[in-house]
Design a protein around this ligand. Structure first.
Ligand code: SAH
Length: 411
């Protein structure tokens, strides 16, 4: 395949937009919040294009911060920096990327874990940009067109640091590209190996960065997977919303006797089976019986309860239930219902591990919903732990905290 021609991408107007804002949002931006909504902007020097840099001046006409203009979004300015004046240029971007890489390089022993998030959007000071590494494959996911003028530099920086075999581009659903040459799932560099794999805590996983959910894997649950593993020696696990079997593999590695992966997607379950296949050289994984159930989680849990099936450890890690603010009450009800049904199939003294990735549902609301579900199932719970994101998914601002998880031992 011909290499991607970066010269076809839009360039940035070197003339920066001067922006003035309502005084009451100054504090908010100064404290590091990365979003400036369009209705907070009182004037601009000229009409900007998506990707242009814009400088905010405060009520005293002093530099407040700098961001990238997004003409397509209600969040019109995505902040890169607030505070004392800085020059945001190629060197600045290079330094910010290097800082992200250096942190990740220090977190992981790549002989055990070489799948991790290199850049976590706003939380790493780079709004709308996510970069995940899966061994020799790197995936760049863009949530808007604001980074197109910098894409070539981002790719070059990744090549210089990691020398990956392949760099894949993913475009978020909300990114509507009218640039014909940009396609979701295209290779920007190299060609994708037919079976790209990576390591997480010594387990090998297959990943499909072209079509898989997110960039192909739920890296944010890494620490919970190993924690669940610790609970599973000689135990049975039910992994509800299993995707490609991450929790099941971690349990098997730690000595679970049986792991059941339950997901509505047959594709996900085929991946889970494939992942068990990739780890048969580990005796604990080879000894663990892996079952798959392709079904709606709510319906399957009801059937298990009716049949009197019980599991020592039950994990529930559903997709987000609240994609909009007005969906929050229904999401809370769904968490309660889900965890009522799950609590019914947990063995005596077994553990329920309930996770939520809905950023609009706060951790307090979620933990309350889980506990009331457990209560409705007439089980008594001890809270063993509450956890949040894995270390490579830092939380840089309030809305950045989406993942929460509670570990409960049920009588
Ligand atoms: N726990 C996983 C990630 C889960 S992602 C991991 O560690 O990798 C959410 C999963 O829920 C997806 O695989 C999706 O196919 C599945 N899903 C969505 N709706 C479902 C439903 N109603 N019943 C069962 N699975 C569902």
């Amino acid at each position: 395949m011909a290499p991607f021609d970066f010269t076809t991408l839009p360039t940035r107007n070197p003339k920066r937009i001067a922006v003035r804002i309502q005084p009451n949002v100054e504090k908010h931006l100064r404290s590091g919040h990365p979003w400036l909504y369009v209705d907070r902007i009182t004037s601009t020097s000229h009409a900007g294009n998506t990707g242009d840099h814009a400088v905010i001046f405060d009520r005293k006409n002093k530099f407040l911060g700098i961001g990238i203009w997004d003409a397509e979004s209600q969040i019109r300015l995505k902040m890169l920096h607030a505070g004392s004046p800085v020059k945001v240029n190629d060197d600045w971007l290079n330094q910010r990327l290097q800082d992200c890489f250096a942190k990740r390089d220090s977190y992981f022993d790549t002989t055990q874990t070489n799948g991790y998030r290199l850049v976590h959007g706003e939380n790493d000071g780079l709004p709308d940009l996510v970069i995940d590494r899966y061994g020799e494959t790197i995936v760049i996911k863009l949530y808007s067109a604001i980074w197109l003028p910098d894409l070539q530099q981002i790719v070059a920086t990744l090549q210089a640091h990691y020398a990956p075999h392949c760099i894949v581009l993913r475009l978020a659903r909300r990114f509507k590209s009218d640039l014909m040459q940009l396609r979701d799932g295209m290779a920007l560099v190299g060609t994708l190996p037919t079976q790209p794999t990576f390591l997480e805590n010594g387990l090998r996983y297959h990943v499909d960065p072209f079509q898989g959910q997110k960039t192909g894997f739920f890296l944010d649950q890494r620490d919970n997977r190993s924690k669940v593993g610790e609970l599973c020696q000689n135990k049975t696990l039910l992994n509800v919303f299993s995707y490609s079997g991450g929790f099941s593999l971690a349990a098997a590695q730690a000595g679970a006797t049986e792991a059941t992966s339950l997901d509505i997607s047959q594709y996900a379950l085929t991946e889970a089976d494939k992942n068990f296949g990739l780890n048969q050289h580990l005796s604990a994984v080879a000894a663990c019986q892996h079952h798959t159930v392709a079904a709606d989680a709510f319906a399957a849990l009801k059937t298990f309860a009716k049949q009197g099936q019980r599991f020592d450890v039950v994990v529930t890690d559903p997709p987000s239930f609240a994609n909009k603010q007005d969906a929050v009450p229904n999401a809370i009800d769904a968490y309660t219902r889900l965890n009522r049904l799950s609590a019914q199939v947990v063995s005596k003294n077994g553990v329920l591990v309930a996770a939520s990735c809905s950023s609009r549902v706060t951790s307090e609301q979620f933990f309350d919903a889980v506990l009331s579900g457990v209560h409705q199932a007439q089980r008594t719970a001890i809270v063993l732990d509450k956890t949040f994101h894995a270390i490579d998914h830092p939380i840089g601002f309030a809305e950045g905290a989406y993942l929460k998880c509670i570990y409960l031992q049920l009588d």
